[in-house]
Design a protein around this ligand. Structure first.
Ligand SMILES: [Ca+2]
Length: 193
């Protein structure tokens, strides 16, 4: 019995140590350069009326493809996103995360407050067991304006402290409602500092 308990204790210790070990420099997203030949997976598109989403093999920064979002109706009322879920490895509480994506724009126009192309990171659950939501979502939506026509350039967001009680993370590449034009995303990375 004592030996069994000891082994269980060691196993728990082993799990905890694994959870704690996301070394600095670790990049958490898969298919970050959109190099899978036939599928954007594990990137998933969540579309709404008026948008077209897909892989582009004509415009890319690396590895022969990128992801794009095109708005064909500037009166659309819902946002649209590419998203990727990260279940493991998860950074430990307090670690700093940097989300970076390269964007190329074609005739992007914004027609309402909040209209923009943006990147976001959300920690789930949305609130921790104390009901705190602060520090669990970061977005460039109100901070970095993306419009007009431009060639590949990075945008970057930093989550200074990984919040507690995180079950999984979701990265979003998004176009808000009342936005028109086309944006390409490539070389999307989420790095533990
Ligand atoms: Ca690429």
């Amino acid at each position: 019995m004592r030996r069994t308990l000891f082994i269980i204790f060691l196993s728990l210790l082993g799990c905890n140590q694994l959870d704690d070990q996301v070394p600095a420099g670790t990049q958490l997203l898969r298919n970050s350069d959109i190099s899978s030949p036939n599928s954007p997976q594990p990137w998933v598109s969540v579309t709404s009326p008026g948008f077209l989403l897909g892989m582009s093999r004509d415009e890319f920064r690396s590895a022969s493809a990128s992801l794009f979002i095109e708005s064909r109706d500037s009166t659309n009322i819902d946002p649209t996103t590419w998203r990727q879920t990260i279940n493991s490895p998860l950074p430990r509480e307090g670690q700093k995360l940097t989300l970076r994506a390269y964007l190329k724009g074609e005739e992007i126009k914004r027609f309402a407050p909040g209209s923009n192309v943006f990147i976001s990171l959300r920690a789930f659950p949305v609130e921790d067991s104390n009901g705190n939501t602060a520090g669990r979502y970061i977005t460039s939506q109100e901070r970095i304006i993306v419009d007009s026509t431009f060639t590949w350039r990075p945008i970057e967001l930093v989550l200074n402290n990984m919040p507690p009680e995180v079950e999984y993370l979701v990265v979003y590449l998004a176009m808000a409602p009342r936005t028109s034009g086309k944006v390409y995303f490539d070389d999307i990375t989420l790095t533990v500092d």
